[in-house]
Design a binder for this molecule. Structure first.
Ligand code: FA5
Length: 340
C-alpha cells in the first residue's frame, strides 16, 4: 500500500504541474469520493492493527500534499491572469496607427454609460446638470461660505457676470434635493473645471460622477456597500482599495476612497504621483446644513454622497498612463477603446 500511495503522489505531482492541467478534474480524480486516494483508504480495513496508523498517516500526508499543490497552482494561475489583464490594459498605445476613420465612443463616455447602467439597476436616476453655475450652488449651498479656505483647493474660471465653471459635480446637489426632495437616489455625471497645474493625473477639465442617496436611516454601511458594488462591477475583479478620513465641508464624516494604482500595480509611478494609490472617490455622509439648504429635514433624513473621479476611473480601467491623453483630441489615441 505504501508503494501505491507513493505512486499516486508521483502521478498527481506530474499531472498537476502540467501547464494545461484541469485542476478541478484532478481534484475529483485524486480526492473525490470515487477518487484514487479514497479507494486506497477504503482498502485499509484489510490491514493489520500495526500497519493501519502508519498507512493512515501516509495517506493523509499524500492527501494534504495533493490538496496543497492544487490550491497553489490555482492561485498562481489567478495571479498570472490578473497580471495579464493589467498588461493587456497597458497595451494602450497613444501612437497606434488609425487604419480607417470610423467613429467610436470616447473612453469616458464608455465608463460613464457603464456606471449609469450599474446605478440604474440599483434604483438611481441619472441627472444632467449645468456646467456654468453660480457661487451659491458650487460653494455656499455646500457649506462653503465666502472666504472658507476649502475654496482655495478649487480655483476656477469666472465669467464677467459672476458665474463660474463648476469645479465639482457636488454643485448639483442643492438643485437635485430641491427637485426631488427625500427620499432620493440620483447620480449626476458632469464635466468639471479647475485652475490646475496639470500632470499625469490632474487635468484642468475632467469628469466626475456624483451620487446621492437620502432616506431615513441611511448610514455609512450603505455608503460602503454601494462603493464596493460599484467598483467590483466596473473592474470585474478584486481591486485593492483603502478608505481613510477626508475633510469636505459638505460631509460629516467624510472619507477618501483610494484605489491601488493599476498602472504600476502599487509600486509608484507618475500616474499615481509615485504613491501607489490614486484618489478616486471621496465620499461621506451629507452634512445636515447641506440637507437643510436643499429643503430636506436633517432630523428625519440622512444620506450619503460621493464624487467619483470619472476620468481617473477611465485611466485605471483602460490603463491610460497620462490623463491629458483624454483631452488630446487625438483620434489615434482615443478610438481604440471598446465597450465591454
Ligand atoms: C470633490 O470634488 C468633492 N466634491 C467630492 C465629494 C462629493 C466628496 C461628495 C464628498 C461627498 P475632490 O476635489 O477630491 O472632491 O475631487 C473628487 C475626485 O475628482 C478626485 O478624487 C479625483 O478622482 C477627481 N479629480 C479632482 N481633481 C481632478 C483633476 N484636476 N483632474 C482629474 N481628476 C480630478
Amino acid at each position: 500500500m505504501k508503494e501505491m500511495l507513493k505512486k499516486i503522489r508521483e502521478e498527481a505531482e506530474a499531472a498537476i504541474s502540467a501547464p494545461d492541467a484541469d485542476l478541478e478534474e484532478l481534484r475529483i480524480r485524486y480526492l473525490g469520493k470515487k477518487g484514487e486516494l479514497t479507494a486506497v483508504l477504503r482498502g485499509m480495513g484489510k490491514l493489520s492493527a500495526e500497519e493501519r496508523p502508519v498507512i493512515g498517516q501516509l495517506a493523509n500526508e499524500v492527501r494534504a500534499y495533493i490538496e496543497g499543490e492544487i490550491t497553489r497552482i490555482a492561485e498562481e494561475r489567478k495571479a498570472k491572469e490578473l497580471e495579464a489583464a493589467i498588461h493587456s490594459a497597458k497595451a494602450y498605445n497613444p501612437s497606434i496607427k488609425m487604419e480607417e476613420a470610423v467613429g467610436s465612443y470616447h473612453p469616458i463616455t464608455l465608463v460613464q454609460r457603464e456606471l449609469e447602467e450599474i446605478f440604474s439597476t440599483m434604483g438611481f436616476t441619472v441627472e444632467d446638470y449645468d456646467e456654468i453655475v453660480d457661487d451659491y450652488r458650487c460653494f455656499e449651498a455646500l457649506n462653503i461660505p465666502p472666504y472658507h479656505p476649502a475654496r482655495d483647493m478649487q480655483d476656477t474660471y469666472y465669467l464677467e457676470n459672476g458665474q463660474l465653471l463648476k469645479t465639482q459635480t457636488s454643485a448639483a446637489q442643492n438643485a437635485i434635493m430641491k427637485k426631488y426632495g427625500a427620499p432620493l437616489r440620483a447620480i449626476f455625471p458632469g464635466r468639471c473645471f479647475r485652475n490646475e497645474a496639470t500632470d499625469a493625473c490632474h487635468e484642468n477639465t475632467f469628469f466626475q460622477m456624483e451620487g446621492m442617496m437620502i432616506d431615513e436611516n441611511i448610514s455609512i454601511a450603505n455608503l460602503i456597500y454601494f462603493m464596493k458594488t460599484m467598483l467590483s462591477e466596473v473592474f470585474r475583479r478584486d481591486i485593492k482599495v483603502r478608505l481613510r478620513p477626508g475633510y469636505f465641508p459638505f460631509t460629516e464624516p467624510g472619507f477618501e476612497l483610494d484605489i491601488n494604482c493599476l498602472i504600476c500595480g502599487g509600486e509608484g509611478c507618475p500616474s499615481c504621483k509615485n504613491s501607489g494609490w490614486l484618489e478616486l472617490c471621496p465620499c461621506g455622509m451629507i452634512h445636515p446644513n447641506v440637507l437643510t439648504a436643499g429643503g430636506i429635514d436633517p432630523e428625519k433624513y440622512t444620506g450619503f454622497a460621493f464624487g467619483l473621479g470619472l476620468t481617473r476611473l477611465a485611466m485605471m480601467k483602460y490603463g491610460v498612463k497620462d490623463i491629458r491623453d483624454f483631452n488630446s483630441g487625438s483620434l489615434k489615441a482615443l478610438s481604440q477603446f471598446e465597450d465591454n
